[in-house]
Design a binder for this molecule. Structure first.
Ligand code: DC
Length: 228
């Protein structure tokens, strides 16, 4: 019988540092890193390209049959393909963030992406970052961590990240975008961004990258030390 894979669910709101941490942890542990937000962003991109409003639920659902999303594992990370087109930083703009948050509320979109995420975790040791990994996608994950930080810390991180990519954004706009997305993502009816009952809460507001990484490694070791 196939040996079960190790699954680590890293959930939390935008800017909580999930992707930075998940990438570093995956590299150290030799796990595959999956950024599930990139999947919702890719659907958001497709919907935006088709000229639909982000809240046009009927329109979004009608587009799904023409969307084929796949992920290729390259250097321990998942590269997303949309109908064969490699997707990069075009999904990382404030506009597509809003589209992603809105399309992620649509039940058909969530079920459309479910199998893809589960398949990857069935075949690889993974660290998956998202909102509902511990609650819906991988309820049997051996480690579930819910990361959080206050809105200002998260906005500052996202602002620095976007500026470093050359995007001309204002801190105030990034902060209000984060506050809007927190509300939109956590108050939706289906798979809201809330911690699983058995998740370990990890607030990293005052921590730098190294401290954050050490704290997460400690949590993981306590949970699956022997399995590594
Ligand atoms: O992690 P991110 O900011 O790139 O995610 C973009 C949007 O996708 C976010 O606003 C909520 C949604 N999302 C989700 O609903 N479930 C996930 N597992 C990951 C992201």
């Amino acid at each position: 019988m196939k040996k079960p894979t190790i699954k680590i669910a890293l959930d939390g709101p935008s800017g909580s540092g999930k992707s930075t941490m998940a990438k570093l942890l995956a590299k150290e542990m030799g796990f595959v890193y999956i950024d599930t937000g990139s999947l919702y962003r890719t659907i958001g991109l497709y919907v935006e390209r088709k000229g639909l409003d982000s809240d046009d639920i009927t329109g979004i659902v009608s587009l799904l049959p023409e969307i084929n999303i796949t992920m290729q594992l390259v250097d321990g990370g998942g590269v997303v393909f949309l109908n064969g087109e490699k997707i990069g930083d075009e999904i990382r703009t404030p506009k597509i963030s809003k589209y992603a948050s809105d399309v992620s509320k649509v039940p058909e979109v969530r079920s459309f992406l479910l199998e893809l995420q589960r398949n990857i975790a069935e075949n690889n040791n993974v660290i998956m970052d998202g909102r509902d990994i511990g609650t819906v996608i991988l309820p049997d994950a051996q480690v579930k961590i819910f990361m959080d930080a206050n809105a200002e810390t998260r906005a500052r991180r996202r602002f620095d990240e976007l500026r470093a990519k050359g995007q001309d954004v204002k801190y105030e706009d990034v902060l209000s975008d984060i506050i809007w997305r927190d509300k939109n993502d956590s108050e939706r009816a289906l798979a809201p961004a809330v911690p699983a009952e058995d998740a370990i809460m990890h607030d990293n507001s005052g921590l730098n990258i190294q401290e954050n990484l050490e704290a997460l490694k400690k949590i993981i070791k306590e949970k699956i030390g022997n399995a590594l």
